[in-house]
Design a protein around this ligand. Structure first.
Ligand SMILES: NC(=O)c1ccc[n+]([C@@H]2O[C@H](COP(=O)([O-])OP(=O)(O)OC[C@H]3O[C@@H](n4cnc5c(N)ncnc54)[C@H](O)[C@@H]3O)[C@@H](O)[C@H]2O)c1
Length: 252
């Protein structure tokens, strides 16, 4: 799995302020791409923009809340206005609110669905004409939660399963067209997302323990490498795939 040169190409990466989104945006820039970076956290996003600039690549910072549908369309429109093309769309932004089901707020359910499932759809729909023109690629970041029944993660599991199968549905819909549509399903990585386990630390630890791998966490850069590979022309044989990078979690 070796990503190919992205010089002259434009990638749009969501969730790029930190964690996997930031690492994916930096890797794509390292491969030569100019990158539109989207995140609700404007301050941290600026740091990613600076890092891309330091690699002599162009970064377009788009501080947008992707739980708002019109912002998904706007992200694509602003990318096209700045760069005139879109070769790769990487849907990395995500939220996670672990909770026992009776305690889960309606707001947590809604935001999980909006950011993790709906935003990728509306970004993809806006980006498709341009990605088809560029013979480009879509990479959706799902999760090992798409393949396991993880206790206390009902909303997150539902959203990530939905995103995984939406990836496959779109791959079939566009199987005769010059575009590649794939997913990456990481296991646990040490990011701000995984710091949010507090609300379930008084729950059944035996069940919580089943979520992880005895091998430990995955490195962010290992997963970012896979995102960049699938976004690059080197992944020409990949379409409708979901690559599990989870240190064996879904081997069980
Ligand atoms: N960390 C893990 O263990 C893990 C495991 C499997 C899958 N994932 C997935 O990887 C992706 C990246 O997560 P991460 O671990 O880097 O977490 P992270 O919290 O470090 O990064 C997520 C990014 O998404 C952004 N974001 C959240 N809501 C947004 C919104 N409404 N609009 C725009 N941006 C928004 C955040 O600001 C943040 O920069 C997510 O889709 C997550 O579900 C993470």
């Amino acid at each position: 799995m070796i990503a190919s040169d992205m010089t002259g190409k434009v990638a749009l990466v969501t969730g790029a302020a930190r964690g996997l989104g930031r690492a994916s945006a930096l890797r794509l820039a390292e491969l030569g791409a100019d990158v539109a970076i989207v995140d609700v956290d404007a301050a941290e996003l600026a740091g990613t923009g600076e890092a891309i600039g330091a690699m002599s690549r162009k970064a377009l910072e788009l501080p947008l809340d992707l739980s708002v549908r019109s912002n998904c369309v706007s992200a694509v429109e602003q990318t096209l206005a700045e760069f005139g093309q879109l070769d790769a769309l990487c849907n990395v932004a995500g939220v996670m609110f672990p909770s026992a089901t009776p305690e889960m707020s309606n707001e947590a359910w809604d935001l999980t669905m909006k950011v993790n499932l709906e935003a990728p759809f509306f970004l993809i729909r806006a980006g498709l004409p341009h990605l088809l023109k560029a013979e480009g690629a879509i990479v959706n970041v799902t999760s090992c939660a798409a393949f396991q029944g993880q206790a206390y993660f009902a909303a997150y599991c539902a959203a990530k399963s939905g995103l995984t199968n939406m990836t496959k549905a779109l791959a079939m819909e566009y199987i005769k067209e010059p575009i590649r549509i794939n997913a990456v399903a990481p296991g646990g990585m040490m990011t701000k997302l995984t710091e949010g386990m507090g609300p379930i630390m008084d729950k059944d630890m035996e069940l919580i323990g089943r979520i992880g791998s005895p091998r430990g966490m995955c490195e962010i850069d290992d997963v970012a490498e896979c995102v960049a590979f699938l976004a690059s022309p080197a992944a020409r044989a990949y379409h409708g795939a979901c690559i599990n990078i989870d240190a064996g979690v879904t081997a069980d």
